[in-house]
Design a binder for this molecule. Structure first.
Ligand SMILES: C[S@@+](CC[C@H](N)C(=O)[O-])C[C@H]1O[C@@H](n2cnc3c(N)ncnc32)[C@H](O)[C@@H]1O
Length: 202
């Protein structure tokens, strides 16, 4: 394993470096969005796309909500999103999710980001979700589960650090903030394993 790191500063550096390549490889609607689309409210006031990357799902959320905030810790991802995913009701912000103070959000979309937070950061992230969400908020999460704690090699020279969380671990965190799991599914591809979870308040 390469040198240990778990802070979003380093994750930010990695995503800044690979942003363009990532954006080229991941355009159009994401597979998790297609899987979880039925849970996206048909209309609402304010939605959050956490770790929005190039903004592909932010653009989809903008069709349902009056306003959408796409936030990402990587400046280069946010620049890409501003070019690739324009809609007058979207605001993109370069921000660490742990520093967010906004809302209340009616829907939170977190695709392929929470596995980059270490356990302490994940706990704090759920506290942010709790503080920033409306009473009827639901939270859609997709995480990779095949790397339990380590780096990938998908982008040579830019290893990304993962913390593989299980459905039970996410459910326990959800319970602490008054949410329950209303949908969960796992999916394996030839190279990766994914967990899809929908949390609902109340
Ligand atoms: C695998 S990409 C997923 C991007 C997008 N959700 C998508 O599906 O295309 C993970 C994104 O999370 C962002 N990210 C990682 N840690 C973050 C943090 N602490 N706060 C905000 N964004 C973060 C990264 O910069 C990166 O753009």
């Amino acid at each position: 394993m390469a040198s240990e790191r778990s802070d979003s500063q380093s994750t930010r550096e990695v995503y800044d470096a690979i942003a363009e390549h990532y954006g080229d490889r991941h355009s159009g609607i994401s597979n998790p969005y297609r899987k979880l689309e039925r849970f996206v409210p048909s209309a609402g006031r304010y939605a959050l796309d956490v770790g929005c990357g190039p903004g592909r799902d932010t653009l989809q959320l903008a069709k349902h909500f009056d306003r959408v905030l796409g936030l990402d810790v990587s400046e280069n991802m946010v620049s890409l999103a501003r070019q690739a995913a324009f809609s007058p009701n979207i605001e993109f912000r370069r921000l660490d999710i742990l520093d967010l103070d906004d809302g209340p959000f009616d829907f939170i979309w977190a695709n392929a980001i929470l596995h980059h937070l270490n356990p302490d950061e994940l706990q704090r992230c759920f506290d942010v979700f709790s503080k920033c969400s409306s009473d009827a908020c639901s939270i859609a999460i997709t995480v990779r589960t095949d790397i339990k704690h380590g780096f990938d090699d998908e982008y040579p020279g830019h290893p990304r650090l993962y913390f593989g969380y299980s459905a039970d671990e996410l459910a326990a965190l959800a319970e602490n903030i008054g949410c329950s799991v209303t949908f969960q599914e796992e999916q394996k591809t030839s190279r990766k394993a994914w967990l899809f979870v929908l949390l609902s308040k109340g």
